[in-house]
Design a protein around this ligand. Structure first.
Ligand code: NAD
Length: 238
């Protein structure tokens, strides 16, 4: 298929490689210096657009494509994607949008384990949860989109926490997230449930960007010919 890449940075370049390996054609590449009228540049030339830019531009790019009826896959973090709202908008506009704060298959399985652990510990008040996420120094948002998704998975399954807060936490009803920015670390997430008796930890560590890029290309293949709003739960049948 013909793929349009919006955002030709670390992720855009990894996606280009993966898409070519899987036999796709990259028909348009849009980056910050040619980002005028994105929908106009893509219309009629791409089957699906894949968007990885910045927290400031991600939302606009996605809405431009939805408005123009261009199927879009986006992984840009740092803007609040409300599933119910996006479902409604995609249905109204008869458009296609696939969003994941993390496209890695391993992370999405880790998210499921996180929800299960939060649920198992919901009757044991002596365990206190916290999270540590570490990324490269170029990352613009804090905490990571993945950390926020993991935190939401905890609130959904454990009444002890209602929101998240960056370290140091002021409200004990909030889950503490420590966001570290070090070197070129791709993305590490650790959930800690600590009690006076013991500690339970689960962790995921990305070794390279291939997992994110592969997930994004698989998502583009998945949405071809479909209408509506989709997430990794649809792709992985979780
Ligand atoms: P990057 O800084 O390497 O690349 C971003 C690119 O977007 C740059 O080339 C920049 O010039 C371009 N850009 C900026 N504004 C633009 C605009 N208006 N139109 C088009 N292009 C524009 O960043 P990255 O590491 O590739 O990450 C991009 C985003 O993806 C970040 O939000 C990051 O957190 C997120 N991310 C998500 C996942 C996931 O699995 N969902 C994985 C990795 C990164």
């Amino acid at each position: 298929m013909n793929i349009g890449i919006i955002g030709y940075g670390r992720m855009g370049k990894a996606i280009e490689q993966l898409a070519l390996q899987r036999g796709h054609n990259i028909s348009v590449i849009v980056d910050e210096n040619n980002s005028e009228d994105i929908a106009e540049q893509l219309k009629g030339k791409v089957d699906v657009a894949i968007e990885f830019t910045t927290p400031q531009s991600g939302k606009n790019n996605v809405f431009d494509c939805i408005e123009a009826g261009i199927p879009i896959v986006s992984g840009t973090t740092g803007w609040n994607v409300v599933e119910a709202d996006m479902q409604k908008i995609c249905n109204e506009k008869n458009s296609t949008f696939f969003y994941a704060s993390n496209f890695s298959i391993g992370v999405n399985i880790f998210m499921d384990i996180n929800e299960k652990l939060a649920s198992l510990l919901s009757d044991f008040d002596s365990y206190n949860a916290s999270m540590v996420e570490t990324h490269h120094i170029h990352k613009l948002d804090k905490p990571s989109g993945t950390a926020i998704s993991l935190a939401k998975g905890i609130f959904k399954n454990n009444d002890k926490y209602v929101n998240w807060e960056l370290k140091p936490v002021k409200d004990i009803r909030n889950l503490e997230i420590e966001s570290l920015r070090e070197g070129e670390i791709i993305g590490d997430h650790k959930i800690i449930w600590d009690s006076e008796i013991d500690t339970i930890e689960i962790a995921h560590s990305a070794k390279n960007r291939t997992g994110f890029a592969l997930g994004a290309v698989l998502a583009a293949e998945f949405v071809l010919g479909k209408k509506g709003f989709f997430t990794m739960r649809d792709l992985l049948k979780l």
